[in-house]
Design a binder for this molecule. Structure first.
Ligand code: FES
Length: 132
C-alpha cells in the first residue's frame, strides 16, 4: 500500500514537472508579437495621405501623413468615450478633450495621450495589432 502511494505521488510530481516544462517552453518559443491579436488589415492604397480611416466598431483610426502611418485607439483616456476624428483634429464628445494627429493631448480633461497601436507592414497592406 505504501509502495502504491509512493508511486502515485511520483507520478503526480512527474506530471506536474512535465506540464510546467511545457508551459515554460511555450512561453519561450511564442514571442509576445506573435500572440498579439490582429484588429484590422488595411490596404496601404486606401489610407489618405493627409486624412484618416476611422473604424468605429474597432474604435481605431489609421492616420496617414507625411511621416509613417500611425494607428490610434479612439478610446478617450479620460473616461473611455469614443473620440471623434474630424479634419480639424480628434475630439472627445463627452467632455471636450482634444488630441493631435499623433494622439497627444491638446486640451483636457484627458491628461494622457491616446494609445498608439502597433502596426506591422505586410507589403501592400498593414495590420493593426492590439496594444498592451
Ligand atoms: S471621456 Fe473623453 S473627455 Fe471625458
Amino acid at each position: 500500500m505504501e509502495k502504491l502511494d509512493r508511486s502515485r505521488r511520483q507520478f503526480i510530481i512527474t506530471l506536474i514537472s512535465l506540464l510546467s516544462g511545457l508551459f515554460l517552453l511555450r512561453k519561450f518559443l511564442v514571442t509576445g508579437k506573435a500572440r498579439k491579436k490582429v484588429l484590422l488589415s488595411v490596404a496601404k492604397a486606401d489610407i489618405p495621405p493627409l486624412g484618416a480611416l476611422v473604424y468605429r466598431q474597432s474604435r481605431v483610426a489609421v492616420i496617414g501623413g507625411e511621416g509613417p502611418v500611425t494607428a490610434l485607439s479612439l478610446v478617450c483616456t479620460h473616461l473611455g468615450c469614443t473620440v471623434t476624428v474630424t479634419p480639424q483634429g480628434l475630439t472627445c464628445p463627452c467632455h471636450g478633450s482634444a488630441f493631435d494627429r499623433q494622439g497627444r493631448v491638446l486640451k483636457g480633461p484627458a491628461d494622457r495621450p491616446l494609445v498608439r497601436l502597433p502596426i506591422e507592414d505586410r507589403g501592400d497592406h498593414i495590420v493593426v495589432l492590439a496594444g498592451g
